[in-house]
Design a protein around this ligand. Structure first.
Ligand SMILES: Cc1ncc(COP(=O)(O)O)c(C=O)c1O
Length: 427
C-alpha cells in the first residue's frame, strides 16, 4: 500500500492552522468542549452556529435599557429599539449583496416565506404554478403547498417539483432553465433553496433568476443555507425576494430573527402585502388613521414592532461578519472544503463513501454531504461519543459536515474525516 499522503497526517493540519492558514475569527466564538475541556470538532454550524463571545454583553445591554429606561428605551439608550431593524439591515445587506433598504429582519424563516409569497405569488388564469426543487426542506414544501391551497389552487397540480437526472444528486442549471422556458406561461413564481439543505449544492441564482424573468415569473430564493456561507449579489442579480434564518452560518442563536429581501423595484409598486402598524411610516404611525401610510422600503413588510431581545444577539453576530467580510469567508470555505475532499479521497481506499455535493467551486459552500454505507444518525452519534466530532445526518444515508470558515480549523477537518473512516473500519 502507498504511504499516506502528507496532508493526511495530523501534523500537516496543525501546521496549516498555526503557520500557514490560521482561522479567521475562532477566538470570537465560544467553542463547545468535551468532558475534559477539549474543544469538540464542531462541523454542525450549518445547522446551529456557535455563540459569539460578544452576544451575552449585547443582550445584557438591552436588558439594562429595559430595566433603566423602560418605555423610553424605544427612543433612547445606546440602541433605541425603534431603530433596531435598521442596525441589522446594514450588515445583512453586505452579507447578501443588497441595499440596506431592501432588507428587513423579522419573524422566522418560514413565516417570512409566507409573508413574501403573499406578495409574490399571484396566481391568475393559466399562470398558477410555483417551481421548486423536489428535495426541498420540508418546511418550504409545506409553506408552498399551503399557499397554493389558500389561493384556491391544487397543490398537487400547481407545484412543479424538479428532480435531478436519474443517477445524479443535484439539479443541472440548464435543466432548470429548460423547464422554465418550456412551461413559462404557466409559471407565477419560482422558489428554490439557494444552497440545498440535503445535497449542499449551490444553485446558479443569477442564471435561474434571469430565466424566470424571461418567462414573466417572480424569482424567490430561500437562503437558509446560503446567507453567511457564500457571497451573493441579490440586488444586481435582480432577485425579486429572498428569506433566510440567522441561526446557521450567521450565528445569531437558536430560532433567532430571520431576514427578508425585497428588491427595491417592488417597494413602491402595487404588489399586495400583509400589513400592520410597522408597515406605516414612523412619522405618521401614531396618527391612528385606519388607512396605512406605507413606508417605501422593505420595512413595509415588517408588520409588527421589532423583537429586540432576539435582535441584540443577531446584531453582535452580524458585527463579526462586518469585520471579516464575505470574500475572506469564501476563500477560506474553498480551502477547508478542498482539504476535506482531499482527505476523503486519500482515506477512502475502498470507495465506501460518496460526496454528493458538487465539486465545482461555483456550486457549493461550506457543507459537504457525504453518502455513507451505514445508518447515518448512529454513525454521527458514534463520531461524537468516540472522537468528539459533531456533524449531523439526514435520511436516508447522508451525513453533513460543514467546516465553517469563521471558526473551524484544518485540524477540525482532519479530526472529522479521520473519525469517519475509523468508525467505518470498526463496522
Ligand atoms: C431550507 C430551510 N427552510 C426552512 C427552514 C425552517 O426554518 P424556521 O424554523 O426558522 O422557519 C429551515 C430550517 O432549518 C431550512 O433549512
Amino acid at each position: 500500500m502507498d504511504a499516506p499522503a502528507e496532508f493526511a497526517n495530523e501534523e500537516y493540519a496543525l501546521d496549516r492552522d498555526l503557520n500557514l492558514d490560521p482561522p479567521l475569527a475562532r477566538d470570537k466564538y465560544l467553542l463547545p468542549t468535551d468532558s475534559l475541556g477539549i474543544p469538540i470538532a464542531y462541523l454542525a454550524g450549518n445547522s446551529l452556529g456557535l455563540q459569539p463571545k460578544s452576544t451575552r454583553a449585547a443582550l445584557d445591554q438591552e436588558l439594562d435599557s429595559w430595566a433603566t429606561l423602560a418605555v423610553r428605551g424605544h427612543s433612547h439608550g445606546a440602541h433605541p429599539w425603534m431603530a433596531f431593524p435598521s442596525l441589522l439591515a446594514e450588515p445583512s445587506a453586505a452579507i447578501v449583496g443588497a441595499k440596506p433598504h431592501e432588507i428587513v429582519m423579522m419573524n422566522s424563516l418560514t413565516i417570512n416565506l409566507h409573508m413574501l409569497l403573499a406578495s409574490f405569488y399571484q396566481p391568475r388564469d393559466q399562470r398558477r404554478k410555483i417551481v421548486m426543487e423536489d428535495y426541498a426542506f420540508s418546511s418550504d414544501s409545506y409553506a408552498i403547498r399551503s399557499h397554493v391551497a389558500f389561493r384556491g389552487g391544487d397543490p398537487d397540480e400547481d407545484i412543479i417539483r424538479l428532480k435531478p437526472r436519474e443517477g445524479e444528486d443535484s439539479l443541472r442549471t440548464q435543466d432548470v432553465i429548460t423547464v422554465l422556458h418550456q412551461r413559462g406561461e404557466e409559471i407565477s413564481t419560482i422558489l428554490f433553496g439557494a444552497v440545498n439543505y440535503y445535497s449542499g449544492e449551490y444553485m446558479d441564482i443569477p442564471a435561474i433568476t434571469a430565466a424566470a424573468h424571461d418567462v414573466g415569473a417572480f424569482a424567490g430564493w430561500d437562503l437558509a443555507h446560503a446567507a453567511g456561507n457564500l457571497p451573493m449579489n441579490l440586488h444586481d442579480w435582480n432577485v425579486d425576494f429572498a428569506a433566510w434564518c440567522s441561526y446557521k452560518y450567521l450565528n445569531a442563536g437558536p430560532g433567532s430573527v430571520a431576514g427578508a429581501f425585497i428588491h427595491e423595484r417592488h417597494h413602491a409598486g402595487t404588489l399586495p402585502r400583509l400589513e400592520g402598524w410597522w408597515t406605516n411610516k414612523p412619522e405618521t404611525r401614531f396618527v391612528m388613521n385606519p388607512v396605512v401610510d406605507p413606508l417605501e422600503t422593505a420595512d413595509a413588510w415588517a408588520v409588527s414592532n421589532p423583537p429586540v431581545l432576539i435582535m441584540a444577539p443577531a446584531l453582535s453576530a452580524l458585527e463579526v461578519f462586518s469585520d471579516v467580510g464575505m470574500p475572506a469567508i469564501h476563500a477560506r470555505c474553498l480551502q477547508l472544503t478542498h482539504y476535506m475532499r482531499q482527505l476523503i479521497s486519500a482515506l477512502d481506499t475502498q470507495n465506501r463513501v460518496h460526496v454528493i455535493t458538487p465539486s465545482d467551486p461555483d456550486r457549493h459552500g461550506a457543507q459537504l454531504s457525504i453518502r455513507v454505507p451505514i445508518e447515518p444518525f448512529a454513525l454521527i452519534e458514534r463520531m461524537y461519543q468516540n472522537y468528539g466530532v459533531l456533524g449531523d445526518a439526514r435520511n436516508p444515508d447522508i451525513i453533513r459536515l460543514a467546516p465553517i470558515p469563521m471558526y473551524n480549523t484544518f485540524h477540525d477537518v482532519w479530526r472529522a474525516i479521520t473519525a469517519l473512516f475509523l468508525e467505518l473500519d470498526a463496522q
